[in-house]
Design a protein around this ligand. Structure first.
Ligand code: GRF
Length: 199
């Protein structure tokens, strides 16, 4: 079966992007990374470029806002022949139009066990609530932020003495395992938005 052509969108350091790129190095992996794009000159772009993957910056600020930024993203994505998009620390809220254009072909990783703790500061909020477990979720993207059918979740323990930083580190390790597994499930057709569970 042909490998799915996957684009990754980032805004920052790109450690999840790196985990996906590593997984896709295996020719048996059902997805290949065709482009990495960012909304600003993100640090992770250099990692992708060093792996020989084409990169692009759709600089929202320089282009004059969300509409122009998304139009440029779509141009880059189309030019690369993108079939599936992975958001990996992409810090812009995508418009309903963009989400609709890529309906069921757009997935995201979030550092909590959704539907708990959508939004930011998930680790501090889980600690403040006295939770015993935390984790990460990979899901299909819907227009409402951090909702959509769940592809995979991985749970991590919260340990006595954890700070937001120690917990974030433990969750990030889980993210790096979970995202490549989730992408493989979607790219191979084993999981679809219809078969995934709602969040
Ligand atoms: C991750 O925690 C991801 O779940 C969240 O943003 C962070 C991105 O980290 N959406 P990185 O850029 O992949 O290292």
């Amino acid at each position: 079966m042909a490998r799915k052509r996957v684009a990754i969108l980032i805004s920052g350091r790109g450690s999840n992007m790196e985990a996906l790129i590593r997984a896709a190095r295996d020719p048996a992996y059902p997805a290949g990374i065709v482009v990495v794009a960012a909304d600003k000159p993100a640090a992770g772009l250099a990692i992708a470029a060093a792996e020989g993957i084409p990169t692009a910056v759709a600089d929202y600020k320089a282009l004059g806002g969300k509409a122009a930024g998304e139009a440029e993203l779509n141009r880059v994505l189309d030019e690369a022949g993108t079939e599936l998009i992975c958001l990996a620390g992409f810090m812009r809220i995508l418009s309903a139009d963009f989400v609709q254009r890529w309906h069921d072909r757009l997935i995201n990783i979030h550092p909590s066990l959704l539907p708990s703790y959508p939004g930011i500061d998930t680790h501090a909020r889980a600690l403040a609530a006295g939770d015993k477990v935390h984790g990460c979720t990979v899901h299909f993207v819907r227009a409402e932020v951090d909702t959509g059918p769940v592809i995979l979740r991985e749970t991590v323990p919260i340990r006595p003495g954890d700070t937001a930083e120690t917990l974030a580190r433990r969750v990030l390790e889980a993210e790096h395992r979970t995202y490549p597994r989730a992408l493989a499930l979607v790219a191979s057709g084993q999981v679809t938005a219809a078969s995934a569970s709602g969040a």
